[in-house]
Design a protein around this ligand. Sequence first.
Ligand SMILES: [Zn+2]
Length: 296
Amino acid sequence: MEKSLALLFVLLSASPMILAEGFDGITLKTTKVSGNVYMLEGVGGFAGGNIAVSAGEDGILLVDDQFAGMNDKIKAELKEIDAGQLRFVLNTHWHGDHSGGNALFSKNATIIAHENVRKRLQAPQENSVGTSPAQPKDAWPLITFDESLTIHMNGEAIDFIHFPNGHTDGDGVVFFNKSNVIHTGDHFFVDAFPFVDLDSGGNVISYTRNVKSLIDRMPEDVKIIPGHGGLATLEDYKRFHDMLVSTTDYVKSKTEAGLTLEEIQVEGLPERWHSWASGYIKTEQWIGLIYQSLAS
Ligand SMILES: [Zn+2]
C-alpha cells in the first residue's frame, strides 16, 4: 500500500468493522524480544502500529491492537505464542491504527488507556489527516489513568506512564521492567519523521522533551518496540532525538530570519535529513508540524 494512503488509514479507521476487508495480503511477523515479551508487526501492507505481547502464567497482555481488520490474525498469532487467556489491552493513544481492534477484543479483555484516549474515542475527531467518528461503547477503555498505573503480571511490574502533549494528549508508554523492553507508542518512528497530531493536543516541542526524558530513563541495553518501524535500540532512539532537535533548531532559525512557512518548505531541510522523509511524513509536512508547534 502507498505510504500516503496508509497514513489516511490512521484516522479513517472509522467504524471498526469497515476495514475488516483489505487486510488479506498482510501477515504478522512475531519476534521474541526478551523475557516474556514479543513484538507483532505487519508485513506486506499497513496493519497498524506495532503490538507488544506479554505472555506467561497470568495470561496475555497486549499493547495496542492495530486495525479491526487484523483481529483474527492477531488472535491466531497469540495462539502460536501461548494458549493463555487474553486479559488486558493497553492503548498507547486513540488513533485507529493502535486502537481499532478494541471493540472486538473487549468481549474478552479489559481495555486500559489514559483518560484522554477514552474521551477522544467517545467523540468525533478531526485532524490534518482526516476525520474519525465517535467509536462504539465497546471500544472505550474500561480503566483509565491520569499519570501512571502498574500491572503486576507474568512475573514483572508493567508500568504504563503518561507523557503529556507529545504525539497526542493521551500518550502512554509501556515499560516491561524485568524483561527490559519498552513500547513507546508513536513517540518513536524509526528513522522517519513522526506524525505529531497537533489537533489532538500533540506538539513537536513537548514531543521532543518527552523523547529526551524517555532516553534518560532507558538502560543502555533496552529493547525498544516503536510505534512504527522495526525493533530498535537506545542508539536508534538517540538518532531519532537528534533529528528532532536539529530539524526544530533549523526551522526556528529560518523563522527568526524572517522566512514564512511556505518559504522554509520550498527551501526544504539540509541533505542529511532527506532520507527521513521515506516514511509517512514528508519533509514539507514535517516542517509544517515544527513551524506550527513553535508558534503555539
Ligand atoms: Zn498515532
